[in-house]
Unconditional design. Structure first.
Ligand code: UD1
Ligand code: CA
Length: 450
């Protein structure tokens, strides 16, 4: 039985940001979200998140995750003070409490599992995660005997120059027997360099404490400033790209590509340079994305190609070619084997299979059938200054170059629209519509006497 508590009340002064530190994002998730996800596989009996600085913002950001309990720490007087806030919530609780810093976002679930196992096998009162770092600057130092039993913990700011030489650091991840921790918590003191109540002081007061070194020290990187955030991002990107490369995805010039952890790719996807895949994106087998593209919260079918284009919140069917320089957004849905070409914008529009919009067009709030050909420069005028209106275009219809369809409007199947038309009324199936003034030619006009 384990209850999890996540420390997320601090401001994060060193981030120099209006945003609470734990809401900065890394690989498509916020820092605190990542920490929560790392504990989910072992189904903790309760998940307590300690919030304080801009607590409403933090709570709102976690609304989509079920079964989180928030505990307020109205004043941020230190990590020990934060855990003191749990005393009323966990009265009488007999099990273990796993405490995680909300700003340590790269931890693997396996590492936490290992920590819990050692804690339980040795029947420790407390087990902490540690690492030996080449550069331990800023971290609390942990002093152990030869058996890994913790003797002393000293925060960086409280260390003597000699103590700073110690390379073993506190990762900010602890497993406590709650019945023991709850006894010492009320007696913490703040007689230290930062005038804070340190959780680390509780560690050395509970009795038998073991330190467990993490295998991969990158996992315990704490985020206190933007430089550490950027480093964490590099580490995470490397992890994500290695995973996809080994899963059969080609990344050309991986260093220039970024992929959120939330993205799904099938084998034989090819990602070209300068391409960024974000959010809940799925790309199916055989698709070639990039160079120079941004795909966010979108689903792309098999054998799709995308060049120098931006696709957000949209769906692209099998075999469709997008770009160069196209923009799909706001729930655009493009069918199979379509072509969406140069300088075309699609917003909240649904296009049937084998429909082409090849050049210089804007389709907004439009439903088009199959095998439609949208001529160069076709625009749907969907906005009357107050409201948006829909355009409907039937199957096999062809719009001439530079036509404007003024919505709301229904154009039937097999319709031909003459180039340069401004169409304001519905058009029946099989019709030709010409909605422009007739050409007037005045022979010899330039030679007439003035
Ligand atoms: C802490 C540890 C340090 C460890 C390091 C690892 C203490 C005293 N020190 O230092 O030994 O090496 O983490 O990253 O614990 N928080 C609250 N309420 C508060 C203060 C902080 O919820 O009153 C939260 C913060 O939002 C953050 C976490 O606790 O998520 C850690 O706080 P931070 O101030 O970053 O501690 P460090 O100085 O990094
Ligand atoms: Ca920290």
């Amino acid at each position: 039985m384990v209850v999890v508590a996540i420390l997320a009340a601090g401001k994060g002064t060193r981030m120099k940001s209006h945003l609470p530190k734990v809401l900065h994002s890394l690989g498509g998730k916020t820092l605190v979200e990542r920490v929560i996800h790392s504990v989910e596989p072992f189904s903790p009996t309760r998940k307590l998140v300690i919030v304080g600085y801009k607590s409403e913002e933090v709570k709102n950001s976690l609304e989509h995750i079920p079964e989180i309990e928030f505990v307020e720490q109205t004043e941020q007087l230190g990590t020990g003070h934060a855990i003191q806030q749990l005393l009323p919530n966990l009265r009488g609780y007999e099990g273990d409490l796993l405490i995680l810093n909300g700003d340590v976002p790269l931890l693997r679930t396996e590492t936490l599992n290992n920590l819990l196992k050692i804690h339980q096998d040795h029947q420790n009162f407390c087990t902490i995660l540690t690492a030996k770092l080449a550069n331990p600057q800023g971290y609390g130092r942990v002093f152990c005997d030869n058996e890994g039993v913790v003797q002393q913990m000293v925060e960086h700011k409280d260390c003597t120059p000699q103590q700073r030489e110690n390379k073993r650091v506190n990762a900010g991840i602890y497993c406590f027997r709650w019945s023991e921790l709850s006894k010492v918590l009320p007696h913490l003191k703040n007689d230290n360099a930062q005038k804070e109540y340190y959780l680390t002081d509780a560690v050395t007061q509970v009795g038998k404490v073991m330190a467990v070194d993490v295998e991969d020290e990158q996992e315990i990187l704490g985020i206190n400033d933007r430089l550490q955030l950027a480093n964490a991002n590099d580490i995470l990107q490397k992890r994500i790209k290695e995973k996809w490369l080994l899963a059969g995805v080609t990344l050309n010039d991986p260093a220039s590509i970024t992929i959120d952890e939330t993205v799904e790719l099938e084998p034989d996807v090819i990602i070209e340079p300068q391409t960024h895949l974000r959010g809940k994106t799925l790309i199916k087998s055989g698709s070639r994305i990039g160079p120079g593209s941004l795909i966010e919260n979108s689903q792309l079918g098999e054998n799709v190609t995308v060049q120098y284009s931006v696709i957000t919140d949209s769906f692209v069917g099998t075999g469709t070619r997008i770009g160069p320089y196209a923009h799909l957004r706001g729930h655009a849905e493009v069918g199979e084997n379509c072509r969406i070409g140069n300088f075309v914008e699609l917003k909240n529009s649904q296009l049937g299979d084998r429909t082409n919009v090849a050049h210089l067009s804007y389709l907004g709030d439009t439903t088009a059938g199959t095998q439609v050909n949208v001529g160069a420069g076709t625009i749907t005028a969907n906005y009357d200054g107050v409201r948006k209106h829909r355009t409907r275009i039937g199957d096999r219809t062809k719009t001439g170059s530079n036509s404007v369809l003024v919505a709301p409007i229904n154009i039937g199947n097999d319709v031909y629209i003459a180039a340069g038309s401004t169409v304001t009324e519905d058009v029946e199936n099989d019709a030709l519509v010409i909605a422009r003034s007739r050409q007037v030619v005045k022979p010899g006009w330039s030679k007439k006497p003035s």
